[in-house]
Design a protein around this ligand. Structure first.
Ligand code: PMT
Length: 403
């Protein structure tokens, strides 16, 4: 997602400076190049050596250090990034930039740069809510600078309130959102994710191994790209991505009802949930007791949600998934055509790094027109983007087919 993106990370003097180390690690893991500028005060909280080791680049602190021979430090750094992130951002750096002050390397670089800037304020609650700080934030926002809201909780000064630097994954999400193309603005993407649970008594149910990671990655990527996102999810251990409409369900019937109630609003439907095809015919009122004999359980068909959507597709783009253990392309193509999908994402449980639970997947994108794109092993977040990349094409293909 951040492959080849250049991030200039500014660190100012606050106790939350330690979180900049983890943020740098996450940025590098996502493929970004990171250069770090630290204020004098920041070096009291975290060492330049730590940041240099993690970023793999020299750390810049001094205004008057010449970078490579004749380059002027702040000018060369100002031209470098796709995005400047200041985390943590103290009241001081916010005030300086709001006042147009440029008296150290970080403030000078920000003033000299045309790159977007994301401030991640972290400070004591009384400071953060001080009208002077709030006015500075408002002024900078009007000038196009971006702010990530500090989170609430116990602060270093033992006071409860707003002012904590959000955790690095949340800052990373804000960065990825800022840098993502906004090609899905105007779309409403309905995503299903996770397993379903089909109970047969009050304490037990039939389910499968889906963790929800693949579907949540799609929901998050679509939201970053500007879509309104509805995420209908079976039970998972994941936190719903921020900024999506989240509906928790358990059984396939509940998932069907939740999807159908919202289908009118959807322009794109992505069905990555692993829905149980069958449910126990009888749901016992009380716990089934162990006996001497074997138990035979009768199962009945669950609603086929994607088939129902396919019959009522209208202008929507419909993308399904297929989890197979043999004849991947043939079986997936059969589902694609029978259920009127535009594309099916086929994954094979027997392929290393594919399918349930892990952070990666290996998929084939099979379109109704017959085209097959085989993607290599990649993170589920990247698979999500590659799926969403196809939406424009799928719409165009459908329109061509009609004309
Ligand atoms: O959640 P993770 O751990 O990240 O794992 C991801 C995944 C393996 C679950 C995902 O990549 C995946 O393959 N999801 C679909 C699994 C599946 O149920 O495949 P299927 O071949 O049984 O179903 C085909 C399609 O019909 C799917 O889009 C499914 O959502 C849909 N379906 C199936 C049954 C049913 N009753 N209603 C449906 O809508």
């Amino acid at each position: 997602m951040l492959k080849d993106k250049k991030i200039l990370l500014g660190i100012t003097g606050g106790i939350a400076a330690y979180k900049a180390a983890e943020l740098t690690r996450l940025l590098i893991k996502q493929g970004a190049a990171v250069k770090v500028v630290m204020t004098e005060h920041a070096t009291e909280f975290i060492t330049p050596l730590t940041m240099q080791t993690l970023s793999g680049n020299p750390v810049y602190k001094d205004m008057f250090t010449l970078i490579e021979w004749s380059e002027i430090g702040h000018i060369s750094l100002a031209d470098y990034p796709d995005l400047i992130v200041i985390a943590p951002a103290t009241a001081n750096i916010i005030a300086k930039v709001a006042a147009g002050l440029a008296d150290d390397l970080l403030s000078t670089t920000v003033m000299a740069s045309r790159a977007p800037v994301l401030f991640c304020p972290a400070m004591n609650t009384m400071m953060f809510t001080n009208p002077i700080v709030q006015n500075n934030i408002e002024k900078l926002t009007e000038h196009g600078y971006r702010f990530l809201e500090p989170s609430s909780g116990q602060l270093a000064c033992k006071v409860e309130g707003q002012g904590r630097l959000p955790d690095p994954p949340e800052i990373l999400d804000a960065i990825e959102t800022l840098l993502a193309p906004k090609d899905l603005v105007g779309e409403t993407v309905l995503v299903t994710a996770g397993p379903t649970r089909e109970p047969f008594d009050p304490v037990r149910f039939i389910t499968n191994y889906s963790s929800g990671k693949m579907g949540y990655a799609i929901a998050q990527a679509a939201r970053r790209r500007g879509a309104d996102v509805i995420l209908v999810s079976g039970p998972t251990a994941l936190n719903p991505p921020t900024g999506v409409e989240y509906i928790a369900v358990a059984s396939a019937s509940e998932m069907r009802d939740a999807v159908m109630a919202r289908l009118d609003r959807a322009t794109v439907v992505v069905k990555s949930a692993a829905v149980a095809d069958y449910r126990p015919s009888v749901l016992a009122d009380s716990k089934i007791k162990k006996g001497a004999d074997e138990i035979v359980m009768k199962l009945e068909r669950n609603p086929d949600i994607i088939a129902e959507i396919g019959r009522n597709k209208g202008d929507r783009v419909l993308i399904g998934f297929a989890m197979e253990t043999e004849d991947l392309v043939a079986n997936a193509t059969k589902k694609l055509l029978e259920k009127n999908m535009d594309m099916i994402v086929a994954n094979d449980l027997k392929t290393q790094g594919a399918g349930f639970q892990g952070d990666t997947n290996v998929v084939k994108l099979i379109r109704s027109g017959g085209r097959i794109d085989a993607l290599p092993l990649m993170d589920k977040s990247e698979v999500a983007d590659r799926i969403l990349d196809r939406i424009g094409d799928l719409k165009a293909e459908r329109n061509d087919g009609r004309s």
